[in-house]
Design a binder for this molecule. Structure first.
Ligand code: SF4
Ligand code: SF4
Length: 325
């Protein structure tokens, strides 16, 4: 297995992403966290965090059209001699919609080609069928050299199984964490089994939400170790928003600890984020022992002054709306 020493004793591994021919670091930078939906760093600040990670050997960036982070990546790439492997995604389901999405990604990141383009959040064989037109456009885009591989992201075991059995899907980006938070239809064990099934069909697989949207931050080392060691995964996408977080994730991915770094990162200010797709079902409100949540105009809102960031409420949300950022 190829290895890269980073001087500080931290070592990343590089693995083939299924049959795509792309070689990726086992730590992938999930760019969502630096952008407007989460930390909302300036373009210069966010790009600097990405550049720092690339300089440390991370060669794999995960983004999506809806994250609003293309400008950060474009700026980070200015200083790079070698282009990292870049994945983007779109919710488009028509051919025209997907064409617009691919063109926007190419334009805004100023790239001649995107390594992997995905259908965002596929739940099952049925949703894949519902996106047939968009998928057919991705096949054309691949034939014309605008993308190198086609993939799907998914929060469900049924989505992984559908991708595994689909001849056009080459890369799968599933949600898995040791607590099973956010998996729509089963346990971490059954998701890990689906990942194995997909890997045996030569799909390239990299995981998301190892910390369950920040809810496992208090046990991050163990949570990362769980996902890092799942057989069949080429990489794990992790959101990072500071240079210290990059260093800490690199340390953890090497199976090491650094108490000073852990303490510094633990002191970074955090908040509870309720995603805009909250349906106002109220399950999380009842689950909070600190009375930090209430329903307002059909959505839940957080009183940050009461919230202890325990993450307990997130397990009650069927929509995976609750994140610690
Ligand atoms: S994270 Fe904990 S304290 Fe904060 S709203 Fe959720 S359950 Fe309540
Ligand atoms: S459980 Fe999720 S969908 Fe329901 S109110 Fe809470 S955040 Fe919204």
């Amino acid at each position: 297995m190829p290895l890269l020493g980073l001087g500080s004793g931290v070592i990343l591994q590089y693995r083939l992403l299924g049959s795509t021919g792309l070689m990726v670091s086992n730590l992938c930078f999930g760019v969502l966290t630096i952008g407007p939906l989460q930390a909302n760093l300036s373009i210069a600040e966010g790009a600097a965090v990405v550049e720092y990670a690339l300089g440390k050997g991370v060669n794999f960036l995960d983004t999506a059209e809806c994250y609003g982070t293309y400008q950060y990546i474009r700026k980070a790439l200015d200083s790079q001699r070698y282009k990292p492997v870049i994945v983007s995604k779109s919710y488009a389901y028509t051919a025209q919609g997907m064409k617009d999405s691919v063109e926007r990604a190419l334009d805004e990141m100023e790239l001649p080609v995107i390594d992997v383009f995905m259908l965002h959040e596929q739940e099952s064989e049925k949703t894949l069928e519902g996106h047939r037109e968009a998928l057919e456009f991705l096949v054309q885009a691949k034939t014309r050299g605008y993308i190198k591989a086609i993939g799907i992201s998914t929060h469900s075991i049924a989505g992984v199984m559908a991708g595994a059995d689909h001849p056009l899907v080459e890369v799968i980006h599933p949600l898995i964490n040791c607590a099973g938070i956010g998996i729509m239809d089963g346990t971490p064990q059954s998701m890990a089994a689906a990942i194995q099934y997909a890997r045996l069909r030569e799909k390239g697989i990299y995981a998301m939400k190892a910390l369950a949207g920040g809810n496992l931050i208090g046990q991050a080392y163990e949570a990362f170790a769980y996902v890092r060691d799942i057989p069949g995964l080429a990489s794990v996408a992790v959101g990072m928003q500071s240079l210290d977080e990059v260093d800490l994730n690199l340390t953890w991915f090497a199976g090491k600890r650094d108490e000073n770094l852990e303490q510094r990162v633990a002191k970074s200010p955090r908040r509870l984020l309720i995603e805009e797709w909250c349906e106002g079902c109220g399950s999380c409100v009842e689950a909070c022992r600190y009375q930090a949540l209430e329903l307002h105009n059909g959505r839940v809102i957080v009183d940050q002054s009461r919230c202890a960031l325990c993450g307990y409420c997130s397990a009650y949300c069927p929509q995976f709306c609750v994140k610690v950022v």
